[in-house]
Design a protein around this ligand. Structure first.
Ligand SMILES: Nc1ncnc2c1ncn2[C@@H]1O[C@H](COP(=O)(O)OP(=O)(O)OP(=O)(O)O)[C@@H](O)[C@H]1O
Ligand SMILES: [Mg+2]
Length: 371
C-alpha cells in the first residue's frame, strides 16, 4: 500500500497544505521545528486514530483554531480508501472512510497500516512496561480490528471494576457485585493474553532473523511475553480461567486496600534480552538502538505475513542515529516499501545509490516548492 496524497488543515503548524507523495522514498527535510514530524504524526493518526506522541487529540489542533482536518488517500491492492479525520474541540472526532462517517474508531484500522520508527522508540527498551504494552497494542490493533475492540471492552470493564473497588471501602454491601465484573475481566483478559502471546512469538521469530542479519550473527535477540497472570504454557484455557479467578479471589483484600485492579493485562510486559541478558540493564546504547531497528523491521515482516500487504514505513529522524553499516542495511531493505524519512540534513542520502528518492522541503508549516 502507499499514500498518494495528504491534506492538512489547521493541523499543528499547518494552515492548509496539500502533498503528493512518491510510492518509493519520500524525504521530508528542513530545519528543526518546521513541521516534519507533524506530517508523520498525521499519517500515524490516519492509521491508528491517535497520535504517536500524545494522547490529547486537541494538542494537534493549530493554536487559535477550533479544529483540524486531515485527509489522506491510500492506494491498496484491492481498494483505495480515502480517510478523513475531523477533530473539533466541542464535539467527538469524526472519521470518514470514502466519504462515509463511521461510528466506531476501530473501523479505521486496517485501511492504512504504518510502522513508525523514531528516536523515542528507544523508550521501548529503556522505560517501563507501559511503552511495550502500547507497542503491542498499536501493532496488533492495526493487524486485527477485533483485538482493538476487545481491548476497548477490557478497559471499560477495568474502569468499572476499579470504580467499584473504591466504592466498596465506603459501602461494604457492594462487595457482592464485584464477581459480576470479575467474570467479564477474566474472559476478556484471557482472549487478549492469547493474542498477545501469539503475537510476541511471531514477532520474535522475525526480529531474531533481522537481528542476526544486521549483526552478522554476533548478537542474538530474544523477546518473551511476560503476562501478569502467569501459568505454565501447557495449561489449557479452563485451567487458566480457574487460576485467574482464584488469584482475584485470594487477593480480594489487597485489591480493596489498593482500590484498584492489581492483576491482568494492564500489568503485562515484554522481556527483551540480548545474548541471554536483559537488554535494558546490560545493553549498550548502540545495541539497544539496533534491537529497536530489528524489532521494527520484524514488525514490517509480520504485517506482510499477517495481512498480505506491505505497510508504510515512517522513519522520524532516525538515520542520523544509526552508524553507516546499520543505515546501509536499512536502506537496502526499503526497495518494496513506501517510506517517509524526516531529516534536517538531506545530504545524508546523497551517498545512497540506486534508490529512487523524492525530496520535500518544509519551512514553517509550508511545503517549499521546488525549482
Ligand atoms: N498545535 C499546534 N499549533 C501550532 N503550532 C504547533 C502546534 N503543535 C506544534 N506546533 C509547532 O510545530 C513545530 C514542530 O513541528 P515538528 O515537531 O514537526 O518539527 P520538526 O520539523 O520535526 O523538527 P525537528 O527537526 O526538531 O524534529 C513547532 O514549531 C511547534 O511550535
Ligand atoms: Mg521532528
Amino acid at each position: 500500500m502507499y499514500i498518494t496524497n495528504l491534506v492538512l488543515r489547521n493541523f499543528r503548524n499547518y494552515d492548509n497544505q496539500e502533498f503528493d507523495f512518491s510510492e518509493n522514498i519520500n524525504i521530508i527535510h528542513g530545519d528543526n521545528g518546521q513541521g516534519k514530524t507533524n506530517i508523520l504524526e498525521s499519517l500515524f493518526l490516519c492509521a491508528c486514530g491517535r497520535s504517536h506522541r500524545t494522547s490529547r487529540d486537541d494538542e494537534m489542533i493549530k493554536h487559535g483554531k477550533g479544529g483540524y482536518y486531515v485527509k489522506l488517500q491510500n492506494e491498496k491492492e484491492v481498494s483505495s480508501p480515502e480517510l478523513e479525520i475531523i477533530s473539533n474541540k466541542r464535539v467527538k472526532k469524526i472519521i470518514r472512510i470514502n466519504g462515509i462517517t463511521v461510528r466506531k474508531l476501530g473501523e479505521l484500522m486496517g485501511n492504512l497500516r504504518v510502522v513508525m520508527f523514531s528516536p523515542e522508540d528507544l523508550m521501548l527498551i529503556k522505560e517501563g512496561p507501559s511503552e511495550r504494552r502500547r507497542f503491542i497494542d498499536v501493532t496488533l490493533s492495526q493487524i486485527k480490528r477485533s483485538y482493538f475492540y476487545e481491548l476497548q471492552q477490557y478497559m471499560r470493564i477495568l474502569v468499572q471494576r476499579n470504580n467499584l473497588l473504591k466504592k466498596i471501602s465506603e459501602n461494604k454491601k457492594l462487595a457482592d457485585t464485584l464477581c459480576i465484573w470479575d467474570e467479564g475481566l477474566v474472559e476478556s483478559g484471557i482472549r487478549i493474553m492469547k493474542e498477545r502471546s501469539l503475537f510476541v512469538k511471531k514477532l520474535n521469530s522475525y526480529a531474531k532473523k533481522r537481528h542476526e542479519l544486521i549483526t552478522g550473527k554476533k548478537e542474538i535477540i530474544n523477546m518473551e511475553y511476560s503476562p501478569s497472570i502467569k501459568i505454565k504454557e501447557e495449561a489449557g484455557g479452563q485451567q487458566l480461567r480457574e487460576y485467574y479467578k482464584d488469584k482475584l479471589k485470594k487477593n480480594r483484600d489487597r485489591e480493596l486496600n489498593a482500590g484498584t485492579t492489581l492483576y491482568g493485562i494492564q500489568r503485562d510486559d515484554l522481556i527483551i534480552s540480548l545474548n541471554g541478558s536483559d537488554i535494558r540493564q546490560y545493553g549498550s546504547q548502540g545495541q539497544q538502538r539496533t534491537a529497536v531497528l530489528s524489532l521494527k523491521l520484524g514488525e514490517i515482516d509480520l504485517f506482510k505475513s499477517e495481512t498480505s500487504e506491505t505497510p508504510v514505513l515512517l522513519l522520524d529522524d532516525v538515520m542520523s542515529e544509526l552508524d553507516r553499516h546499520r543505515k546501509g542495511y536499512l536502506m537496502d531493505n526499503l526497495d518494496d516499501i513506501q517510506t517517509f524519512i524526516t531529516t534536517t540534513d538531506k545530504e545524508v542520502f546523497k551517498e545512497i545509490k540506486g534508490i529512487k528518492v523524492e525530496y520535500k522541503e518544509i519551512k514553517n508549516g509550508v511545503l517549499v516548492k521546488g525549482p
